[in-house]
Design a protein around this ligand. Structure first.
Ligand code: F6P
Length: 375
């Protein structure tokens, strides 16, 4: 039987997402009810691995008082980083280059030295891969799925996604009136990495006329045809939503910065490329908007607050039940857990045969391809 828990830690890793503070609040309050102490590790795991780089205490005791009134706030009171992966920690070499170091053994030892009986890891796929490794090395770990991208496997939804989609939808709504008044094509680039969830859901909700996703390589001539078809019907404006990971047929993803020591590649720029191509092909005035990090900012939606609280409470419940090496999930209306090994290193992309894609096609949205029936 696992030894009883007296003290746990929580960390928030990777890109921030609305709802992180609600998770922290739920974990701290639920743990306190069981008589457990809870500590927050600052800036991902850097509070332990690089305490000198943190502003303030690198590890902070968290009480009901310290999490009072934070549930509705965006960001994370603990700070986060996507440059502190303990499995690929960036280390400066004498020649000025940066190498990667696996510091996971050291991290497990640091957690033990700090007296943490368990750690709640709140993050995306990168953080779940770290959590899985720490679990294999003997640390008691539970993961909580966070990301605006909604690309974590085995959970219907991550927290942060709903807020990002709501904001992107509001932006698209606003763009309709200006695009309409000026008879322009407006191209909106969203985040989402290699999955098109944000673009698809916001594009559908906002009534976009074309949506370009990483899952469906696109042809700008098909999009231009759709714009011409709208013009012929007297609809002289069009809204095109492009996911940052979308790529043209036979082309490349738009990368702003290649992957480097301890960090993933940065995507971006496909919106500007599509805008230029559509201007050329349609002869219409085209303008681009990049939503970027605005999608990560602001307060979590009510839905995200609720699932974030449910996820946080469920993480504590799982630990109390003796579970370890699992991630909490949303499956339909039910909260569950799955082994971290089932999630680590996997990306959940938009299923091409799914109902949402089908709906987009059925309501006449161009997805940048010529579906079999039209070919
Ligand atoms: O994973 C969340 C996310 O916002 C992606 O949608 C985006 O590609 C990436 O993070 C951006 O990361 P950064 O904060 O390093 O620019």
């Amino acid at each position: 039987m696992a030894p009883p828990i007296a003290r746990i830690a929580i960390m928030t890793g990777g890109g921030d997402a609305p709802g992180l503070n609600a998770v922290i609040r739920a974990v701290v309050l639920a743990a306190a009810r069981l008589g457990w102490e809870c500590h927050g590790i600052r800036d991902g795991f850097n509070g332990l691995l690089a305490p000198g780089q943190c502003v303030g205490e690198p590890v902070v005791p968290l009480s009901a008082r310290s999490v009072h009134g934070i549930g509705h706030l965006g960001g994370t009171i603990l700070g986060s980083t996507n440059r502190g992966n303990p499995l690929r920690y960036p280390v400066a070499r004498a020649d000025g280059t940066i190498a990667e170091d696996d510091r996971s053994d050291e991290l497990v030892a640091l957690c033990r030295r700090a007296g943490f009986d368990a750690v709640v890891v709140v993050g995306g796929d990168g953080s779940m891969a770290i959590a899985e490794c720490l679990h294999r090395k003997g640390l008691r770990v539970v993961g909580v799925p966070k990301t605006i991208d909604n690309d974590l496997d085995r959970t219907l939804q991550t927290f942060g996604f709903d807020s990002a989609v709501a904001f992107a939808t509001d932006c698209i709504d606003r763009l309709h009136t200006t695009a309409d008044s000026q008879h322009r094509v407006l191209v909106v680039e969203t985040m989402g990495r290699y999955a098109g969830w944000i673009a698809l859901h916001a594009g559908l909700a906002g009534g976009a006329h074309a949506i370009l996703l990483p899952e469906i390589p696109f042809d700008t001539r098909v999009v231009a045809d759709a714009i011409h078809a709208r013009d012929a019907l007297g609809w002289r404006h069009s809204i095109v939503v492009v996911a940052e990971g979308a790529l043209p047929v036979g082309g490349q993803r738009a990368v702003l910065e290649a992957a480097g020591a301890g960090r993933a590649e940065r995507l971006g720029g496909i919106g500007a490329w599509v805008e230029a191509r559509l201007a050329e092909l349609t002869g219409k005035e085209c303008r681009g908007v990049v939503l970027g990090h605005l999608l990560r900012g602001g307060s979590p939606s009510a839905f995200d607050r609720v699932i974030a609280l449910r996820f946080g409470a469920a993480a504590v419940r799982a630990l109390a039940r003796g579970e370890r090496g699992v991630m909490v999930t949303l499956d339909g209306q039910q909260i569950g857990t799955v082994p971290l090994a089932d999630v680590a290193g996997r990306t959940r992309r938009v299923p091409l045969g799914g109902d949402t894609i089908r709906t987009a096609r059925e309501v006449g949205i161009c997805l940048g391809d010529r579906p079999a029936a039209d070919a």
